[in-house]
Design a binder for this molecule. Structure first.
Ligand code: FAD
Length: 399
């Protein structure tokens, strides 16, 4: 933990800015080599000529988006399938400096009542499930006829039953949510299922964003290019606490869990985790689409087949089963009001810390997609650049 009055590690500054006087050490100590840390390292080094040390406690870069080849030579995502999609041209253009892309539109089927039907729920889902032949217009009327009326939409259950009725809620959402979160949808914020769309047309793409593509040679190659700059040094297998006292630095970018930064002084922020079970099979294809959801059967929630995502040609295939659990790596912040309140207490602690920026999904306790983290990091860079430029002007005036 770093107290606001007593920040160990940083070089003494000649003024209120982070403008660098030549000397030993680093301008920036970046904790974490995921999207948040890598984007900031790349920008600070390439745009401002800053000297950056990235410290990562895992044995690899890329954070949860890291990919690698398994024993069979199949490109896999060890921290769960990661599909890139964004509506932001800025984010897409920025990342395109470091990778070529393979167009990919993710599709998901749900195993319900012995059938594989499109998810999100669309016209084909309803027609196949109930043996109907509705048109798009008739489906809107159908949803209206089965939707429940509630005065207030408070929970995840309310969101869904008021949109598509109780039967579709029971078939697609209740069991899945209970497995995923270990809580009934009636105990979860409305925000959890508010993100799940339903459609009256036959569009069976999981995402509808403008840009949908996978890095052509994988995420790790993309991160390698981002971090390949003479001003960036990367230290793996190292917790930042092991080095922060010994390596001089001026400003820290922290992308780890915010409660850990403050030694959990207000209590632990709850996360939901996952256990991944990977299997390689001696066949080219295992399932018809990238992901199949199992809302009601089995302890796992979904099965993903990597070759759909990566487009890799291989005689064998690797799939991953996801088992939600309470213990393990922090993956999903649990969206309940008391947890948001606990986060706000930690957030208030950051306000006095001029030498530290908190960026990324763990440092802000929010479930962000990759593109949102990139956008957040680019915004943080603009603020740091403004401080840097103000400092350079001040130093020049003192001069
Ligand atoms: C199962 C799963 C599937 C997902 N699928 C998608 C998807 O399909 N599409 C999408 O857009 N997003 C997806 N995401 C979200 C995506 O993983 C995140 O948006 C992204 O990885 C966040 O980047 P980050 O840099 O904020 O955090 P991270 O990637 O978690 O990076 C933080 C890094 O900090 C390191 N660190 C933490 N503490 C310390 C310390 N004390 N010292 C040194 N290093 C430390 C960690 O080891 C980690 O490498 C998924 C997330 C999960 C959990």
């Amino acid at each position: 933990m770093i107290a606001s009055r007593d920040v160990p590690g940083p070089l003494p500054s000649s003024g209120p800015s982070d403008a660098r006087a030549p000397g030993p050490g680093f301008d920036y100590l970046i904790v974490g080599a995921g999207f948040a840390g890598s984007v900031l390292a790349e920008r600070l080094a390439s745009q401002l000529g800053q000297r950056v040390l990235v410290v990562e406690k895992r044995p690899h870069i890329g954070g949860n988006a890291y990919d690698c080849y398994d024993d069979a030579g199949i490109l896999i995502h060890p921290y769960g399938p990661h599909i890139f999609h964004t509506n932001s041209a800025d984010v897409f253009e920025y990342l395109s400096q470091f990778t070529a892309w393979r167009p990919y539109q993710h599709r998901v089927l749900a195993s319900v009542d012995g059938q594989l039907v499109p998810m999100p729920i669309n016209l084909d889902t309803v027609n196949r499930l109930y043996g109907l032949n509705l048109t798009a217009h008739e489906l809107s009327a159908y949803f209206e006829s089965v939707a429940e009326q509630k005065e207030q939409i408070k929970t995840s259950e309310d969101v869904v039953v008021c949109k598509v009725g109780r039967d579709l809620y029971n078939k697609f959402f209740r069991g899945y949510t209970r497995k995923q979160w270990g809580l009934d949808p009636s105990e979860l914020d409305a925000s959890v299922t508010a993100r799940v769309p339903t459609r009256t047309n036959r569009d069976d793409r999981y995402f509808t964003d403008t840009f949908q593509a996978m890095p052509l040679h994988g995420y790790t190659r993309m991160f390698e290019k981002m971090l390949r700059h003479p001003n960036i040094k990367v230290m793996l297998n190292t917790d930042y606490r092991e080095v922060m006292q010994w390596v001089p630095w001026r400003h820290m970018v922290y992308t780890g869990p915010i409660d850990a930064f403050f030694d959990h002084r207000h209590g632990k922020l709850p996360y939901r985790s996952l256990r991944f079970e990977r299997v390689t099979l001696p066949q080219e294809r295992f399932q018809p689409v990238g992901t199949v959801n199992f809302p009601n059967d089995y302890a796992y929630t979904r099965v993903s087949e990597f070759k759909h995502l990566t487009g890799q040609a291989h005689a064998h295939t690797s799939v991953v089963y996801e088992y939600p659990c309470g213990e393990g790596d922090p993956y999903y912040p649990v969206p309940r009001p008391e947890n948001a309140e606990l986060y706000r207490r930690y957030e208030a602690e950051t306000e006095g810390l001029q030498h530290v920026s908190f960026v990324g999904r763990l440092a802000t306790y929010k479930y962000y997609n990759m593109d949102q983290v990139v956008a957040q990091a680019l915004t943080t860079f603009k603020k740091l650049r403004a401080r840097h430029e103000a400092g350079v002007r001040e130093d020049g005036a003192r001069g």
